[in-house]
Design a protein around this ligand. Structure first.
Ligand code: LLP
Length: 443
């Protein structure tokens, strides 16, 4: 007997890795209620095929569009754990890291360190030493003092270190304020507008132990606005031309950062990554012609668009609380400690009752966590089936980016494990935190 074909749930037409079969919610082809039973909740699920698919979209389009040496860097801040680094390495990506913690994770996973790019707007002397000793391929310098410190430490090691300079192009990406970084007064990078970027370049060129590869910019995250990347390419290519005229230095590489948006809810637009990259390429080709420049090696640093739709969080519902005449709360066994994104940014999510996929979602409620504050909301004002009750398995979709990585120990809640799904198999890639783990640093 052949199994009925999977069909997309009308309410979960977010990503092809979500389906409903026989009234059961499936993620990456697996029954999520069974996964919750096997691994417990709260639980982060990751779909390996989807991660690899997303990596391949970027990698293959890059190969088609940009000169050799161009590279897609996975922004590991979106989800940094060893298995994720291994997958990114196997897919031929580089890695964007922002801390010794992310460097250590990459190293421990055996990630090729020459493909690691080290960001951060404030690298301490110790951070710089750690990264140099780890063999980080390229630093993305955020200011003059960092350059001088890097020069001194590279000289002491008798090394020449590759470096990109982070430049602020003065572009508003039209996303939420906490993740906008391209504007002139950003805490990141050195602005072109004030003339400081030029001084920064001249200083870098004077350092005998630094190899200036080129320039970096990143304007924001969860960006849907039409031509943000094209506009940054335009500003940065003019900057490259100006620097060549003024200093004789021709940048070999241009890193355009990350930021393409993903769909959390059906009303979010669909972003076609290959199409977007091709449009950036066309802009670059035009600019190179107009400005008389060769096409630089291009780097991009996607994080969210690599992992977000490869993730799902499962919870077990507690007792529904109805405040007569006011509202209903459906509490879960996790909360802002494993997903702080609504609390921080008011982010939207699609939430489903995986135990009742056959029932109409007709009960308006807030999905809330069990941390001790009223702001601990996973998603307000959602619809779940009226029969939702204690013990049901609730699924929050598109949680692969910035959930695991922003999880906290607030209220001494334990961090959920990460279970990687592939080919009908499920394997734990980050184990569940225990009470002993949680108190391990206490003396
Ligand atoms: N490159 C740089 C320099 C970045 O600062 C970021 C993100 C990325 C790349 C990756 O951007 P993506 O492709 O993931 O949009 N916690 C926030 C997002 C913070 C993004 C920070 N920087 C959230 O949960 O929405």
């Amino acid at each position: 007997m052949t199994a009925p074909r999977s069909t997309l749930c009308p309410e979960t037409n977010l990503c092809p890795n979500l389906s409903r079969q026989d009234g059961r919610l499936r993620f990456a082809g697996q029954d999520v209620v069974s996964l919750a039973r096997t691994f417990g909740t709260p639980l982060y699920l990751m779909d390996e095929d989807r991660i690899r698919h997303n990596c391949a979209l970027y990698r293959d389009t890059f190969q088609d569009c940009f000169p050799p040496g161009s590279l897609v860097l996975y922004a590991s801040k979106a989800a940094s754990f060893k298995e994720m680094c291994r997958i990114a390495a196997a897919e031929g990506l580089g890695l964007d890291v922002v801390s010794p913690g992310e460097i250590y994770t990459a190293q421990a996973a055996g990630f090729p360190m020459e493909r690691v790019y080290y960001h951060s707007n404030n690298k301490t002397e110790e951070d710089i030493a750690f990264a140099l000793d780890a063999g980080v391929g390229c630093f993305v310098a955020d200011g003059e003092e960092e350059l001088l410190s890097l020069e001194a430490q590279a000289a002491r090691r008798d090394r020449r270190q590759r470096v990109l300079l982070r430049i602020t192009p003065g572009i508003d990406p039209h996303t939420y304020a906490a993740v906008s970084t391209g504007q002139v007064d950003s805490k990141f990078g050195v602005p072109i507008e004030t003339g400081q970027a030029e001084t920064f370049v001249r200083l870098a060129l004077e350092q005998p132990h630094l190899i200036l590869e080129g320039f970096h910019c990143h304007v924001g995250s969860q960006v849907f606005w039409e031509d943000v990347f094209e506009r940054s390419a335009e500003v940065m290519m003019h900057f490259i031309r100006d620097m060549r005229e003024k200093t004789g230095y021709l940048a070999r590489a241009l890193d355009l950062g990350g930021g393409y948006g993903v769909r959390y809810v059906e009303s979010d637009p669909v972003i076609n990554i290959p199409q977007k990259i091709r449009s950036v390429k066309e802009t670059l080709v035009r600019l190179c012609g107009e400005l008389g420049l060769p096409m630089p090696q291009i780097l991009m640093e996607p994080g969210r668009s690599i992992v977000a739709d490869a993730g799902m969080t499962l919870y077990t519902a507690g007792a529904v609380k109805e405040i007569s005449g006011y509202k209903r709360y459906v509490p879960v066994d996790g909360g802002m400690s494993d997903n702080p994104r609504y609390a921080l940014y008011g982010s939207a999510y699609t939430c489903l009752n995986a135990s009742r996929m056959g029932e109409a979602p007709d009960m308006r409620c807030d999905l809330v966590g069990r941390c001790c504050e009223s702001g601990d909301i996973i998603q307000p004002d959602i619809l779940l089936p009226a029969a939702t009750r204690r013990g049901d398995i609730l699924a929050v979709c598109t949680t692969g980016a910035y959930n695991f990585s922003m999880a906290s120990g607030y209220n001494r809640m334990l961090r959920p494990p990460v279970v990687m799904l592939k080919g009908g198999q499920a394997r734990v890639v980050v184990r569940r935190e225990t009470l002993a783990d949680m108190a391990r640093l206490d003396l």
